[in-house]
Each structure stands twice: as C-alpha cells, then as structure tokens.
Design a protein. Structure first.
Length: 494
C-alpha cells in the first residue's frame, strides 16, 4: 500500500518494534489527517474483487482481517461488514462519490448471502440470517462456531437504510424500492421474529442476551418503520420495537451496563463490563436526540457513568497504562477479564471510547447546555475536580471549560492509538498490553472503520437522525412478543 509506505515519512526516520520506540510523533490533528487516507485504503484493500489483500473475495465482500491463521480471519462477518459499510456510507455521504459502486456491490452481495443455506438455517423461515460468517466466495461456512449471532441483520439494515434514504433524497425512489428495500425487509422481519431468542454476543463467547444486540435491534425497527413508510411499504415486525426498548433497561445496574446475561464464560467469570456497551452508545447515537437515558444516548448520564466504569476497569491491568490516573485516557480492550490472544487492548475499543465523547460534545452543542447529575458527576469530576451537579448553558464559562476538558479527554484516546500505531499506519486487531506492539490479525477491517467514524465525529460529521426521540416510551411491563416474518430472495439490479 503506497499510502502506508509514506506514512510519517517526514516525522520519523525509522521505527523499531519495542516499547521505547513508541513516541508522540505528531500532534493529534496531524496524526488524524495522515491516518485518514490510510484507514480508508485499509478498508478498500480488504474488499473484493479488487482489494490487494482481499484474496479473491467476491465483489462487495470484505475479509475481516489480513490473517489466515491464529486468528483465521479470511472470512466475511455480517456484523463487521455492516459496521464497516456504515463507515463507508458516511464517507460517501460527505462527498466521496467514488465509493458508490462498492456500496452497491455490497448490497448485491448481501442479497446473495441472505439466500445461502447454512448451519443456522435458511431464508425460508429467516433463521439463516443469524449465521455470523461466510466464506468469501459466497458459500456457507460449516465448521463449528458460536452461532447464531443475531445482531448482524440489524446492523446491515441500518447501513442499507442510510443509503436508501440518500436515494430517496436524490429522487431515486425506484432504486430504493427495487434494490435496497428487499434486503432490508428480510432483515427487519428477522429482528421482529427472533429478537426474543438467545444468541452469541459480539465476541462470539457468551450465549445469552446482549445489550448491543437488543439496542441495535431496537434502532433498526424504529428507523425501519419510517423507511418502509417512505417507500409505501409495511414492516409488521417493526411494531415490537417498544418491547425491545423495555428489555434494554434491564441491562442497567445503577452505575454501569452489564453487557451480557449470563456474564460468565467457560474460562473465567465476567463482570459484564464490556466495550459492547460503548459500541452500543455510538451505534444508537442520534444527533437530534436529547441526553436520553432510556436509549443510552452518548451524552446521557447513564452512558457517561458507564464510560467511566468501563475505562477505569483497564487502568491497573495493562502495563502500558501505568501511571495514568482517572481522567487520563488509557488503552482499553474488550472487557477486563479477556484472555483471547493474551487479553490485550483493541484499537476499535480505544477508538470507540473517543467516539462516544465526540458524540456527546455534538449533542451538548445541539442542546446548548450540559446537565450534570449525581449519576454523571463522577465522570465530570475526573476531568474538572470541584464541578457540581447542575445545568450549564453554552454561554457560560463553565460550559466552555467542561467541553474543552471532554474534548481533550477524547483526543487522549486518539493519542493512545497514535502512540501504538506503527510507522506505516496499519491497524491490527490488538496491541500488546505491556509493550504496545501490534498483535493478532493485521489490517483489521473493523479497526480501520472505527478510526474513520471516530475522526468523522471529531470533525463534526454526524449521521442523520434515526428517530430515537419519537421512540422513548418504555412500556410499563416488558413482554416477549414477536411477529412471524415472511422472507423472499432479494435480487438487486443496478
């Protein structure tokens, strides 16, 4: 990759993979500008058919990472691909029109993937949509795995709805109806039918119920209902959205989010403190929302309290975090009890920790005030000792001090990523907890996508509202009602 070969060329003469070699080579602004094209190219390199690391992947199909063994990532995951495509669609909507052919190839590939009979099931009853990963030649992966994983269809639906809404804005309703809606319809039907059944979590380890899965299901049904109406279509399964919002509240323990039930795995007991919760906050971020606790918006007291609990859980366990006290950004991983590949920090986790704070800053500016409650107070006192609960309007000096401190804190997580980004700008899955040297799969697609979304929010680029403010009523009693879906093969034709 040419872009990687010249990265930091003017900033350093050489780089050696040792703890001493990691230095602040540039300020954060310069690092962000240098890394942006590398991250985008890193994603494109992993997409078939033309990506130079894609290993013959079908058009519109991405590999998870540049690693054939330990871990084997030359597969395509529905979840990872959907989150990556959300990032690319954001790039497209902010002016990179060259990405549209790839977006359309992705939609065509996903339509094919929906039809593939696999160990989770088939399209006829929707069960096959819960299959987590496929071979990159668009055939089923039949080996043992943690299946089903139920968040993938919802994440994919949200990505496609964003593109579908763009087509509507451009007066291309027929394209949205013929090429986008049939794929989205299947995914929404799956969510409406299977949301109340257990499945494996983001990390493919805990078979139960997941905060992330429940939240992305709720969002997909809410925006899916609006999208269907705009197209003159119906979404029967979308009517169960309030039930998901009700169950979403059950993951809150009073100070933090317990991301999975049950919270134990075979290797070691788990607290449930997990980047799953922060990833949820950035996925359900709605720039038009208030600081709503029930949807766990990034600026909500719940999300901020959880952010502190999550980040603090890593301060003492990683060698590279030594000496970094509360209020200082640190390297973070998936969850503190993690043992996979040595239990290291992840780039996507550290970047998500920054992104949530950039989201919160946008929401406060949109609302022209910050409301500090007793619940969110510990988060703020780490940054501004002596701050008190109250409402701070944007015209006040205190508001400016708070937002400056939060932005500095968010930038600190980017600085951590910068410190452990090698000279070529490549982002692997993890970096060593004691040395910072990259470990696990190199060129992880999700790592690159996480960088792009974090810095987009930092730069003020935000997605359109998904309508969270109209879906805040929590039923008085939770139920498990579902709606049996109907499914049909989608056949996009661009």
């Amino acid at each position: 990759m040419l872009l990687k070969s010249v990265f930091f060329a003017n900033a350093i003469a050489s780089a050696v993979a040792s703890p001493a070699s990691f230095q602040k080579r540039q300020d954060v602004d310069s690092y962000v500008e240098a890394e942006k094209p590398i991250a985008l190219q890193g994603i494109l390199n992993n997409f078939g058919p033309n990506g130079n690391l894609s290993r013959g992947a079908a058009p519109g199909v991405s590999i998870a990472g540049n690693s054939e063994t330990n871990p084997p990532y030359i597969y395509t995951w529905t979840r990872d691909s959907g989150l990556t495509m959300q990032s690319l669609i954001q790039e497209f909507l902010t002016g990179n029109t060259s990405l549209e052919p790839l977006i359309q190839q992705y939609i065509t590939a996903q339509a094919k993937i929906q039809t593939i009979t696999n160990p989770s099931g088939t399209l006829s009853d929707g069960s096959g949509l819960g299959e987590p990963k496929f071979n990159i030649n668009l055939t089923a992966y039949t080996g043992p795995w943690g299946r089903p994983q139920r968040e993938g269809p919802a994440v994919r639906a949200s990505a496609l709805i964003a593109y579908g809404n763009h087509l509507l804005e451009q007066g291309q309703r027929d394209k949205a109806v013929q090429n986008v809606w049939p794929v989205v319809r299947n995914d929404l039907a799956y969510v409406g039918q299977y949301w109340n059944q257990t499945g494996f979590d983001l990390w493919e380890e805990v078979n139960g119920t997941s905060f992330f899965t429940t939240a992305v299901h709720h969002r997909a049904l809410v925006e899916g209902q609006t999208f269907a109406k705009a197209l003159g279509q119906t979404c029967e399964g979308c009517t169960v959205a309030p039930a998901l919002l009700c169950h979403l509240q059950e993951f809150w323990n009073g100070t933090a989010i317990v991301s999975n039930y049950p919270t134990a795995n075979d290797a070691k007991g788990r607290s449930g403190i997990d980047i799953n919760s922060v990833l949820t906050a950035i996925h359900v971020f709605d720039p038009a929302a208030r600081c709503d606790d029930v949807t766990f918006q990034p600026c909500s007291a719940r999300a901020l309290s959880n952010h502190k609990v999550f980040v603090d859980s890593f301060r003492a366990i990683y060698g590279i975090n030594q000496g970094k006290t509360a209020g200082k950004a640190v390297a973070v991983g998936r969850y503190p009890e993690d043992v996979f590949m040595g239990g290291n920090p992840w780039y996507l986790a550290t970047l998500a920790s920054a992104e949530m704070l950039y989201d919160a800053l946008h929401q406060w500016d949109h609302q022209h005030a910050i409301h500090i409650t007793n619940l969110s107070l510990p988060f703020f006192t780490d940054l501004l000792p002596g701050i008190k609960p109250g409402v701070y309007p944007s015209a006040t000096p205190t508001y400016q001090k708070i937002t400056s401190a939060v932005r500095t804190y968010a930038d600190g997580f980017l600085s951590v990523v910068q410190e452990y980004t090698p000279a070529d700008g490549g982002l692997s899955e993890e970096y060593d907890r004691d040395t910072g040297v990259q470990v696990s799969a190199p060129d992880l697609t999700w790592s690159y996508a996480s960088f792009l979304t974090a810095v987009a929010r930092r730069d003020g680029y935000v997605p359109s509202s998904w309508g969270s403010s109209a879906a805040l009523k929590v039923p008085g009693k939770c139920n498990g009602a579902s709606v049996k879906g109907s499914y049909a093969a989608a056949k996009p034709s661009w």
